[in-house]
Design a protein around this ligand. Structure first.
Ligand SMILES: Nc1ncnc2c1ncn2[C@@H]1O[C@H](COP(=O)(O)OP(=O)(O)OP(=O)(O)O)[C@@H](O)[C@H]1O
Ligand SMILES: [Mg+2]
Length: 373
């Protein structure tokens, strides 16, 4: 019997059967991390960093490594970082109930208080020693190194640029001061706010300057995505007309998340209208997405100043050589310096990204929506 479940997934980290390719990356990243190199992995939003690294960690765990994943979007304070980090480390230890004693003997100033959640997993809160108020978590950074045995620890810090929210400067310095000595831990730092993340690792005055090997995660190969879309339709008994898979990929500027989003919407549309996926169905699916996202796009747009809105609109029409008089006059943008300021803000908000001298929308649907307002 043909399975009628939507074969496409988006909005969460994906694994088999929704995860394709990345074979070379899995191989290279494993090799580098296992050999003790630290990695900085960047890409614009929604290219598949989290999915890839979670998959990598599962693979390495099976091979006997200790693995830790921390998402800095969930880290709202130093204490919170300490607690998350501690409990993730604890979970890696065989029979952690027995190891708690050993583990707590490794920190002098910090005392863990451990309770158990509904799944029987440890939840850690931290008590800080002598000097109240000073929540010094530097000791925690050294735990994986202290605990390393034959197998090294592999640690992923996702959305690492968010450390800047936690009074980043000193946190960053303390963290680097510890991590630099860890010969038995491989660290990967990920981020989608490319601008901020790269600043942290490439500016001489930043703590993590030259700390790791910097690598860009690229889009997925066109051909592989095309085959993925076609086989997803085929195995669920939906016919997709020739050239339409390519049309989906192009509409989404080949960004993995949006490809799956539009493929999923097209698939739903085909089921509803009992049709093949053709030009008409594809167009309807695009319209549905734009309607669904209108509130979100409107609020994003309204948060910008009038000048930023105008710059964004101009970029949606023309995205190269934008810092010259001609561009400025054509789109009525006052002064080159104010265009620069607006572009800075749009980059910082990750609404656009720069690739060489071209400015791209991170969300192709936002760009399409802009064309309608
Ligand atoms: N290897 C892959 N094969 C197929 N689809 C993928 C793959 N990687 C990512 N995707 C698609 O992209 C979506 C986003 O993936 P993921 O959350 O891993 O990206 P990200 O780069 O971490 O995004 P963000 O910048 O939002 O953190 C997934 O839900 C999935 O639809
Ligand atoms: Mg992510």
């Amino acid at each position: 019997m043909i399975k009628r479940e939507n074969p496409f997934r988006y909005g969460i980290a994906v694994d088999y059967p929704y995860f394709v390719d990345r074979e070379q990356e899995l191989k290279d990243y494993s090799k580098w991390l296992i050999s003790g190199q630290s990695l900085v992995i960047y890409s614009p939003r929604r290219y598949g960093k989290t999915s890839l690294m979670l998959k990598l960690l599962r693979k390495l765990k099976q091979e006997g490594y200790h693995t830790v994943y921390i998402d800095f979007f969930r880290v709202t304070s130093r204490r919170r970082f300490g607690e998350l980090y501690y409990s993730e480390i604890l979970k890696q230890l065989p029979s952690w109930q027995k190891t708690i004693k050993k583990l707590s003997s490794l920190t002098m100033r910090i005392r863990p208080v451990i309770s158990i959640d509904e799944q029987g997993m440890p939840v850690v809160s931290l008590k800080f020693g002598e000097s109240p108020g000073s929540e010094d978590i530097t000791e925690l950074f050294d735990l994986p190194q202290k605990l390393s045995d034959k197998k090294r620890w592999i640690i992923v810090f996702d959305e690492f640029q968010e450390i800047n929210r936690l009074n980043g400067d000193s946190f960053e310095k303390e963290m680097r001061a510890s991590l630099i000595h860890h010969t038995n831990v491989g660290y990967a730092f990920l981020g989608s706010k490319m601008h901020m993340l790269l600043n942290m690792f490439t500016h001489e005055n930043r703590a993590f300057y030259q700390f790791g090997r910097i690598t860009e995660l690229k889009k997925l190969p066109f051909k592989i995505m095309e085959e993925y879309l076609e086989s997803g339709c085929k195995k669920t008994g939906i016919n997709i007309k020739e050239g339409i898979a390519a049309g989906i990929i192009n509409t989404c500027e080949a960004i993995p998340h949006y490809i799956q989003y539009l493929a999923s919407a097209s698939w739903e549309e085909a089921i509803e209208s009992k049709a093949d996926i053709d030009e008409v169905v594809l167009r309807k699916a695009v319209q549905k997405i734009l309607i669904n996202q209108t509130d979100y796009f409107t609020s994003q747009y309204e948060r910008l100043t009038l000048h930023q809105q105008n710059v964004l609109k101009a970029i949606s029409i023309e995205n190269k050589n934008i810092f010259n008089t001609e561009f400025m006059e054509k789109y009525n943008l006052n002064a080159i310096s104010s265009v620069q300021r607006s572009v800075e803000r749009l980059l910082a908000e990750s609404i656009i990204v720069r690739q060489q001298n071209t400015y791209l929308f991170t969300d192709p649907f936002f760009k399409m929506w802009l064309g309608t307002v």
